[in-house]
Ligand binder design. Structure first.
Ligand code: ZN
Length: 299
């Protein structure tokens, strides 16, 4: 590295140009230390809005998992033109961190609507799995994100269930499907995985009289050291999760879905849960057979 005046505040970028060092903001939340690293290009007002966004996202995650999943995480904010959160990726090496592509003009309302950061933070709460089984990771992140935000009061229950009713069909098996472990399409990875999580959550609550849910299985995994910092075989995650709730729901559902298509009767499921489509939104009915299960999930 070339030493020069101001070197302490500058790092060499790829190609030899010198760019400013990131602005670092440190937060504590849910027992964790979060380091926000803003690359050059964000103004102070944006950094403040982003800080509020991170705090909201941490609150949603802590409400669901009981604590922040890893003790230390870096959030690398990379500027892109315009407004909105344009993407995120969670990494595990050398330590857990999340890279976020953030519009430099992102408004508070856009931050409030964002799902990307909570999605990435859910990844931090689950051990890494082999790539061909990404459906569990993406499914959990996709499913838990909206529930965590709804429980934290950041989204309405009607919005949550309406989105689930709209999006879950994308997770149904299509022609040639060979089960979740062997069909790595976008739909099966994200929404097939999310559908697995919904079915698991409903079943866990039915069997426990709505006392336990998927979050208790995930908290058990976390308590056993299972976060994104480690890689576990997928069946071990399910086994440890099942043990935490005294059930075999996760293993049973995996056995049914890993090697064969297993389409789900979603219309019947929504009716049982009391989620009824009504003019561009949903009505959440209290007299449905599984209304208590739905309320225990969110709303
Ligand atoms: Zn993801």
């Amino acid at each position: 590295m070339l030493m020069r005046l101001g070197a302490a505040l500058a790092v060499p970028a790829v190609g030899g140009a010198v760019r400013a060092a990131p602005v670092i903001v440190e937060l504590q939340g849910g027992g964790a230390r979060l380091e926000l690293q803003f690359a050059e290009g964000f103004d102070a007002a944006l950094r403040q809005r982003a800080r509020v966004w991170v705090e909201r996202s941490v609150a949603a995650i802590v409400g669901y998992f009981g604590r922040f999943p890893v003790p230390d995480v870096e959030l690398l904010m990379q500027p892109v033109a315009g407004g909105g959160v344009r993407g995120g990726t969670a990494f595990s090496h050398p330590a857990p961190y999340v890279r976020l592509r953030l519009g430099v003009d992102t408004s508070s309302a856009q931050f409030d609507d964002d799902w990307v950061l909570v999605h990435e933070m859910v990844h931090l709460g689950v051990p890494r799995v082999p790539r061909r089984q990404s459906w569990l990771h993406e499914g959990l992140a996709t499913y838990v994100e909206g529930i965590a935000r709804t429980r934290a009061g950041q989204m309405s229950a009607a919005t949550l269930w309406h989105a689930m009713q709209r999006d879950m069909p994308q997770g149904q098996p299509q022609g040639g499907d060979e089960g979740l472990d062997h069909t790595p399409t976008w739909g099966r990875t994200y929404w097939g995985g999310a559908l697995f999580c919904l079915l698991a959550d409903v079943q866990i609550r039915r069997r426990s009289g709505a006392r336990l849910g998927l979050e208790h299985a995930l908290r058990g995994v976390l308590a056993a050291g299972g976060s994104y910092a480690v890689a576990w075989p997928l069946p071990r995650i399910l086994e440890v999760g099942d043990a935490a709730i005294g059930q075999t729901t996760l293993a049973e559902l995996y056995a049914l879905t890993k090697d064969c298509p297993a389409p789900i009767d979603l219309a019947a499921l929504w009716a049982d849960l009391g989620v009824v489509e009504r003019g561009g939104t949903v009505e959440l009915r209290g007299d449905a057979p599984l209304a208590a299960v739905r309320r225990a999930i969110a709303g």
